[in-house]
Design a binder for this molecule. Structure first.
Ligand code: BTN
Length: 246
């Protein structure tokens, strides 16, 4: 993966050229990077801040040979790849918040957005978008309404973005390829569960304008979140918005 890398100084969102290449039949491993995004997109229709001064914004075109029911696992594999890259490069311990946030001491460092096209039994493509707050300054971090951090804030110095991108692409390829084997799926769930700070927490789960509260107890074989509700029943959530309560 990473051949070719298509680099822009400025784009609305790296997801768009990556998806358009996917629809035109480009092979997997193409990476789109932009120094800044003018309309970076987050999950659930949110915006993602990607100023020129210090973001990492990239989208990787993948064509995983997996059943579409396993697409949620791509988020978990990507979060593992981000975790492992930043551990290897900077020796920092990050937490994974289900399904696809990477946090440092409760503050968001990285977001993941996956957009896929599939038919029953086959994934045509999945574009994995990763945004990492690399060298964002304290002023920019303060302008975000949720606890947010950057590598610069954690390490107290600027980081080299190219090195992070190269390491991440390598690890992402390894993790995503692993999902094509049954034992790789089990490994992914086990590894994610170890790193996931959501497990054991009291959580608020929001879905379709409704919310429920319970305790997150595990990750299902499809990568969904298992929650023990306050009435003692157990529910499994596929793509909800989670708030950690304690
Ligand atoms: C989220 O936390 O809601 C997901 C944020 C994903 C941001 C990345 S940056 C690269 C790619 N391009 C986008 O517009 N979004 C993703």
């Amino acid at each position: 993966w990473g051949h070719p890398i298509l680099y822009w100084e400025s784009l609305d969102s790296t997801q768009e050229p990556a998806k358009s290449l996917a629809r035109q039949g480009a092979s997997e491993g193409v990476v789109v990077i932009s120094r800044e995004q003018k309309a970076g997109r987050g999950r659930l229709g949110r915006t993602w801040l990607s100023p020129e001064e210090g973001s990492i914004s990239l989208s990787v075109l993948t064509r995983p040979n997996i059943d579409p029911s396993l697409l949620q696992l791509l988020s978990l594999s990507t979060a593992i790849a981000v975790h492992d890259s930043l551990k290897e490069l900077f020796n920092i311990d990050l937490e994974l918040k289900w399904p696809n946030d990477v946090l440092f001491r409760g503050a968001k460092l990285c977001g993941i957005l996956i957009e896929a096209s599939s038919e029953p039994g086959k994934v045509h493509y999945a574009v994995i978008g990763v945004g990492i707050n690399a060298n964002l300054s304290p002023q920019i971090l303060r302008s975000v309404d949720k606890p947010t951090t950057s590598l610069k804030a954690i390490l107290g110095k600027d980081v080299h973005r190219g090195k992070i991108i190269a390491t991440l692409i390598r690890k992402l390829e390894k993790e995503v390829k692993n999902l094509e084997k049954n034992e790789g799926i089990t490994e992914c769930i086990q590894k994610y569960s170890k790193l996931c700070s959501t497990l054991g927490m009291k959580v608020k789960v929001e879905q379709n304008d409704q919310f429920t509260v319970g305790t997150a107890t595990g990750i299902s074989p499809l990568g969904n979140l298992i929650v023990k509700m306050e009435d003692g029943s157990t529910s499994t959530f596929a793509a909800a918005d989670i708030t950690h309560l304690k």
